[in-house]
Design a protein around this ligand. Sequence first.
Ligand SMILES: *[C@@H]1O[C@H](CO)[C@@H](O)[C@H](O)[C@H]1NC(C)=O
Ligand SMILES: *[C@@H]1O[C@H](CO)[C@@H](O)[C@H](O)[C@H]1NC(C)=O
Ligand SMILES: *[C@@H]1O[C@H](CO)[C@@H](O)[C@H](O)[C@H]1NC(C)=O
Ligand SMILES: *[C@@H]1O[C@H](CO)[C@@H](O)[C@H](O)[C@H]1NC(C)=O
Length: 575
Amino acid sequence: MRCIWILLLGHIFVGTWSLSHQGQLPNFVLIMVDDLGIGDLGCYGNTTLRTPNIDRLAQDGVKLTQHIVAAPLCTPSRAAFLTGRYAIRSGFASTLYAGVYFFSSSSGGLPRQEVTFAQIAKQQGYATSLIGKWHLGLNCERGDDFCHHPNHYGFDHFYGIPVTNVRDCQPGHGSILKRVFDYVPYGSIGAALMTLVFLRVFGIISSTWKLVLPLALLTTMAVAVFVFMVFTYPYFNCILMRNLEIVEQPYSSENLTQKMTYEAVKFLQRNSERSFLLFFSFIQVHTALFASQAFHGKSQHGLYGDAVEEVDWSVGKLMETLDMLGLRENTLVYLTSDHGAHLEEVSVHGEMHGGWNGIFRAGKSTNWEGGIRVPGILRWNSVLPGNKSIHEPTSTMDIFPTVAKLAGADIPKDRYIDGHDLMPLLLGEVDRSEHEFLFHYCNSFLNAVRWHPLNSNSIWKVFFFTPNLSPANSTTCMHTHVCMCLKGYVTYHNPPLLFDLSRDPSESTPLTPQEEPNFHMILATIEQEVIRHTQTLTPMPNQLSLGNLLWKPWLQPCCSTLSQLCTCNRDNLTS
Ligand SMILES: *[C@@H]1O[C@H](CO)[C@@H](O)[C@H](O)[C@H]1NC(C)=O
Ligand SMILES: *[C@@H]1O[C@H](CO)[C@@H](O)[C@H](O)[C@H]1NC(C)=O
Ligand SMILES: *[C@@H]1O[C@H](CO)[C@@H](O)[C@H](O)[C@H]1NC(C)=O
Ligand SMILES: *[C@@H]1O[C@H](CO)[C@@H](O)[C@H](O)[C@H]1NC(C)=O
């Protein structure tokens, strides 16, 4: 009996020691930068980009050096981050070329039965806010039902963009749609030539006009649709919202990082007397890049560097606000990126607009380390050690159970959670990560597996396929702008490629069975684990199917009228 009491008391003590700090649950400021490379930050070794505020976070907290995202693209990576589950579990598993949403009028989104860390925090009485990028769906049946809006996923407050920032959102910065548009003239010429051949073969030149006319009409219509799409993209897709209201359509990127920062500062001030969770999801440093006057032209790395340095300034403002409100000791701050830097991003003027992944191979859209190894910094002054690095494998999916536990909630038991509570590792109570295996998906395809065997320092990584690069022997897919996961764009490996990241973190040379005596045992173990993992997956409706990804006029959010091109500007900064 006494034993049970001691156990029980011990359990309560362990479970609540951090919660009872200042008699309040800890606050959370979770920061995600878009497309930021691990090599862009001073604390991860960059010597020329200036990120003093982020570096100070690392100095005062814990730096994870093997922090891994669940997918190398925005939409699935963010789904996994919010839910603590591989994106395939919520249906973010494209079988197409595209693996993210491009239109505000696409259907599909994070299934409502998924549970986010914001929902858990909200249930525990937290004030919750998402500021910045969402990219997990918007509408279901009408242009204004907002069924996939962040407000339905535990975020009381939202200020930001429901889709993503792209070049088309900023005049003069190029276009993502233009790639499709590029093929229209070829298509038209091809169709015209085929018609001529057809006419010649069947000797019906006399009735030429009967065939040419519909063909010409079809071609004109196709061209018109593409021109319309490219021209109207910003009006229809570059939307800034505050809660359920569209406040700018299209949004202006002028001072946008500043505006988001002030919105966040106000949220912190408003909620300083209660527990809060802020997810600050930077729109930068995804293209089209922007930086406000104070940062423009100031870095040594062009507009990309300017944007990173403004992000750092913004992080500094948030930290300063926490300090001023006396919340530093009771707030867990986390900073990461949604995946590696986008190495194919070169501006229309030939300037590098993607970041730097340090020693790690390749970048965004690949499962090479450069695509999935991201910064991971956690600061909680009164609780976590400072100036500490942890080299064990960790995942952005770990934030979900970590937040749930610290907020005093149970981790949902009715579903598979792939993340693990980070606290024991951060506190040094254990020195091994619970991630013995991590699965690296390329859309719906299992691309690679990482195995960190118990009682070993090895970190095996096995690739079932690798992207075909262009130019050959580079680390990019310049021909397609992002690397693809489909047949024709990848090389399959049988036997799979094997690396030991503990010896070869840059994945420079695959190991052969001669070099690695355990080669076959390692592959067999990983294959077993893949079978076990696959058995935990249940079929889900595909949120990124072609039917969902398409532009559907009836789902188009429009804050004015079509004749006004859906434009408006009613963002009231002083509110
Ligand atoms: C952006 O900030 C600059 C400098 O603070 C200011 O001069 C400018 O008017 C601002 N622009 C907008 C649209 O608010
Ligand atoms: C720092 O980041 C910039 C911009 O991404 C990159 O060009 C540069 O190579 C990096 N420098 C180092 C030393 O990592
Ligand atoms: C942080 O840790 C590093 C290496 O462990 C050490 O060299 C450095 O002096 C430490 N910095 C501070 C401010 O404690
Ligand atoms: C790429 O690298 C391979 C192996 O190192 C080499 O044989 C090949 O010639 C290279 N191709 C180009 C285009 O450089």
